[in-house]
Design a protein around this ligand. Structure first.
Ligand code: FE2
Length: 429
């Protein structure tokens, strides 16, 4: 038989080399060495790394690419970012949000980022951002999986109308229940919001992903409540705590109990290293806290931990570019995950582990999975992170949707080679 697409001589993230991947009808038909059957389209990988697509488990697509509207964040704090977003919200138009989101998705596809979980603010009674991103979700569906989280940015109990608006957003087709307990008026209201939101998710059979304890407050305790409600309502495996930055500052004895409770509840954790390292610790003089949650300890306890991007050119973060290798690179540094297995885990945190948190169907490089993958200009996951490797080809459902030329620099140095490419570097053993 003839395949639609054959990718020849790839290295895989698990270390296998010389592997061919055959695709038929948008799915992977075979992953093995020495496939000889003809194919309509052949990609020569030349021993380079082929990975399943990058997955961003935490993003805000309603705010992306709005940097400078209506002004810049002067203090660089989370709270000024939220205030600034509040200034921008009444000025948003559906067309502008859709246009910015589609532009961002173009960028994402170019970077091999083919699945994104985006929070969408439901506190605006018009639900303008919700309608815009529901439209975007359908428009990008052929090339990108967009999962939406109903996010009460100004507080589920604190913002007038948020309780009703969250139900309206879910009725309209938003996929996941969000929350922001640390932004409610009191710890008690925060705990109540966690309980109410988890009950909604249980009743509707949905997943939960809450901004949880996104502060430097060592006494913030909402992730404990999130684990408790997950356990009580039997939501194991369906609930993620995002940010969890207060865990960085918590008492070590308390954390030793907390992490066990989180593991028992089957909670997943999503750290956002680029944002956590820049927004947290802003009230500190020196030493300044890093503010990222305890990634190695959570992983060691068996939790699934992903790295999200959170923000790109918006009220909270002026940089970013849909590059999940950038995110993995920062996560690796902030968590000091420089052991070989730890570095590989940082690659998983923006691919397979993130996909598990989203519950993506047909994700991976195995027969029967969607024919979605990325050919990187690197030979191993660690090298891909180190070089923020070029995405030479991005394949979605067996079709090439983006190509980028290899990175080459021409040198004119006496007695030295003329061309310098990433392949000139020796890969780690
Ligand atoms: Fe966020």
């Amino acid at each position: 038989m003839a395949f639609d697409l054959l990718l020849r001589n790839a290295s895989l993230p698990d270390g296998r080399q010389g592997i061919d991947i055959a695709c038929q009808g948008g799915r992977i038909a075979a992953v093995e060495a020495g496939i000889t059957a003809p194919a309509g389209w052949v990609i020569e990988a030349g021993g380079l790394l082929v990975s399943p697509p990058f997955v961003d488990s935490h993003f805000h697509m309603d705010a992306t690419l709005s940097l400078g509207l209506p002004r810049l964040n002067r203090s660089g704090t989370l709270l000024e970012g939220i205030a600034l977003w509040g200034e921008l919200k009444p000025l948003l138009t559906r067309a502008a949000v859709v246009e910015r989101a589609l532009r961002y998705c173009d960028l994402a596809v170019a970077q091999g980022l083919l699945a994104i979980r985006s929070h969408v603010d439901i506190c605006d009674d018009r639900l303008l951002a919700v309608e815009a991103l529901l439209e975007v979700r359908e428009r990008v569906r052929p090339y990108l999986d967009l999962q939406l989280v109903a996010f009460p940015q100004d507080g589920y109990l604190r913002a007038p109308g948020a309780v009703r608006n969250l139900e309206r957003a879910l009725d309209a087709g938003v996929d996941v229940v969000g929350g922001i307990p640390h932004f409610e008026r009191s710890m008690a209201d925060g705990a109540t919001s966690v309980r109410m939101l988890c009950e909604i998710a249980a009743a509707r059979g949905l997943r939960v992903d809450m901004h949880c304890d996104e502060s430097d407050d060592p006494l913030s305790r909402h992730v404990e409540t999130l684990a408790y409600e997950t356990q009580r309502l039997g939501l194991h495996g369906r609930v993620a705590g995002s940010h969890l930055t207060s865990m960085h500052s918590m008492d070590n004895y308390y954390v030793s109990k907390l992490i066990a409770l989180m593991a028992e509840a089957g909670l997943a954790a999503i750290a956002n290293p680029l944002i956590n390292i820049t927004l947290q610790g802003r009230h500190d003089t020196y030493p300044k806290r890093r503010g990222m949650t305890r990634v190695p300890e959570l992983r060691a306890a068996g939790l699934t931990v992903a790295f999200g991007q959170d923000c790109v050119m918006d009220p909270w973060y002026p940089l970013g570019g849909a590059d999940m290798l950038d995110v993995a690179h920062m996560g690796l540094h902030v968590a000091q995950m420089t052991g070989l297995d730890a570095m590989r885990a940082c690659f998983d945190a923006v691919t397979t582990d993130a996909a598990r948190i989203l519950g993506l169907e047909g994700y991976g490089l195995h027969p029967g999975a969607h024919a979605d993958f990325v050919l990187l200009e690197a030979r191993t996951p660690v090298e891909a992170i180190r070089l923020r490797a070029t995405r030479l080809a991005v394949v979605r459902r067996g079709r090439v949707v983006a190509e980028t030329a290899p990175r080459t620099t021409r040198l004119t140095l006496p007695g030295r080679p003329e061309a310098l490419s990433p392949a000139a570097y020796a890969p780690p053993g």
